[in-house]
Design a binder for this molecule. Structure first.
Ligand SMILES: NC(=O)c1ccc[n+]([C@@H]2O[C@H](COP(=O)([O-])OP(=O)(O)OC[C@H]3O[C@@H](n4cnc5c(N)ncnc54)[C@H](O)[C@@H]3O)[C@@H](O)[C@H]2O)c1
Length: 372
């Protein structure tokens, strides 16, 4: 499998994403190519990554200039205490602005390490090595960093582009199945946002992608990266176009929040159901054609979520879901903004649904067998 290079050009920074299988050991080559010199580095590693991968990465560094922290990835640790721990380590080792933080982990660690990098002495170098499918297709692209606090998720943060991203698909092999589905949800969203051709590719090769076959998973990640590149290059700070990336997420976030971000429902599972809702809503308004609706719906029904998920969501009170949707800052008091699909690659970002309309819709949706 050849190495893919995706150049991201934003107003604040240009950088490359290197994507391929078994490329972790080549960090030095990538640094040379990018003209990046590492003085001191703080490598922060997700504790669940198997040691064979971490050893391969560590080999690239000069041991005298390397400091290592291990991180337990969960939403509780995505907080100010972790930032303080990282900053204190950097201060105690006299890190300067041309030194570097390297994150080797999923979306949680990437967001935390990126935020720590953006705020330490107003910004030091940052290299992101995403180790989950979700982080390779989504969170490592676009420069959003952040942490949670007691008022909610991702409420404190910054836009801070990395200097380099390395996505090694080999690292995904140790992920639990649920985490693969989680990343796949964002791949599916990207393909719907992109084009019929992209959708056809994942539709024809769903099983090969989910089983991480090198050629197919790399291409699926590439499609997502290119779509996100196109969007963030036009709208780095989510003023308008970037909102399309929230397709399915208005519903998904409301389910997650209604269940207090329980581990029983992960983000990707919520997004799969949220995408179903958005497509069904789009069809109800006759925005998407019957033919396209059928092929998308058929694809969604091939993604098997655990049966408990459906039971869990069906139990949530509709008023609770609506309240969480209302609390989204984009909404006015009696209308809720939805992102709908008109066609592959054609998205409406500002459909204003009436509360009563949404209530009736959710009653229908949650009564469906397997929410289909
Ligand atoms: N910045 C953005 O643009 C953006 C976009 C989407 C999501 N996010 C954030 O991303 C986070 C979710 O990221 P995630 O889904 O990657 O979750 P995560 O970082 O929690 O990783 C999921 C699980 O996989 C484990 N893990 C990581 N790499 C592994 C590997 N190679 N082998 C085995 N286990 C491994 C982790 O320890 C964790 O238990 C959320 O906090 C969300 O807010 C950010």
């Amino acid at each position: 499998m050849t190495l893919k290079t995706i150049k991201i050009n934003t107003k604040s920074k240009s950088y490359n994403i290197f994507l391929g299988s078994n490329i972790l050991g080549n960090l030095r080559t990538f640094l040379k190519r990018e003209n990046l010199r590492l003085n001191k580095s703080l490598l922060i590693i997700d504790k669940n990554i198997p040691t064979n991968f971490t050893k391969l990465l560590i080999k690239n560094f000069n041991k005298r200039n390397l400091f290592i922290l291990y991180f337990v990835s969960n939403e509780n640790n995505k907080d100010q205490r972790s930032i303080e721990k990282i900053h204190n380590t950097l201060f105690s080792k006299n890190f300067n602005r041309d030194d570097c933080i390297v994150s080797f982990g999923g979306g949680i660690l990437g967001d935390v390490a990126g935020f720590a990098a953006s705020t330490y002495k107003r910004g030091i170098k940052f290299i992101n090595i995403p180790s989950t499918l979700l982080s390779q297709v989504d969170s490592s692209i676009g420069g959003k960093t952040g942490i949670n606090n007691k008022f909610g998720k991702n409420l404190i943060g910054s836009f801070y582009q990395p200097d380099l991203v390395i996505s090694d698909t080999k690292v995904l092999k140790s992920l639990p199945k649920r985490e693969i589905i989680c990343g796949y949800a964002e791949i599916l969203k990207s393909c719907l946002l992109d084009s019929k051709k992209s959708f056809k590719f994942i539709d024809n090769n769903l099983n090969k992608i989910l089983s991480l076959d090198d050629h197919y998973i790399t291409n699926a990640i590439l499609i997502s990266c290119l779509l996100k590149k196109k969007v963030v290059e036009k709208d780095e700070k989510e003023k308008n176009l970037r909102k399309i990336l929230n397709l399915g997420h208005t519903f998904a976030h409301a389910y997650e929040a209604s269940l207090s971000y329980s581990k029983k429902l992960n983000h990707g599972e919520a997004v799969i159901i949220g995408l179903k809702n958005s497509i069904n809503f789009s069809r109800k308004l006759k925005k998407v054609s019957t033919k396209n609706y059928q092929i998308i719906n058929n694809h969604l029904s091939r993604i098997k979520l655990r049966p408990e998920i459906y039971k869990l969501i069906k139990k949530i009170k509709i008023s609770k879901i609506i309240n969480f949707m209302k609390s989204d800052k984009k909404n006015t008091s009696n209308k809720i903004n939805l992102i709908l699909l008109n066609d592959f690659g054609r998205i409406q970002i500002n459909y204003q649904a009436k509360i009563s309309q949404l209530k009736n819709f959710l009653v229908e949706e949650l009564n469906k067998k397997n929410l289909q």
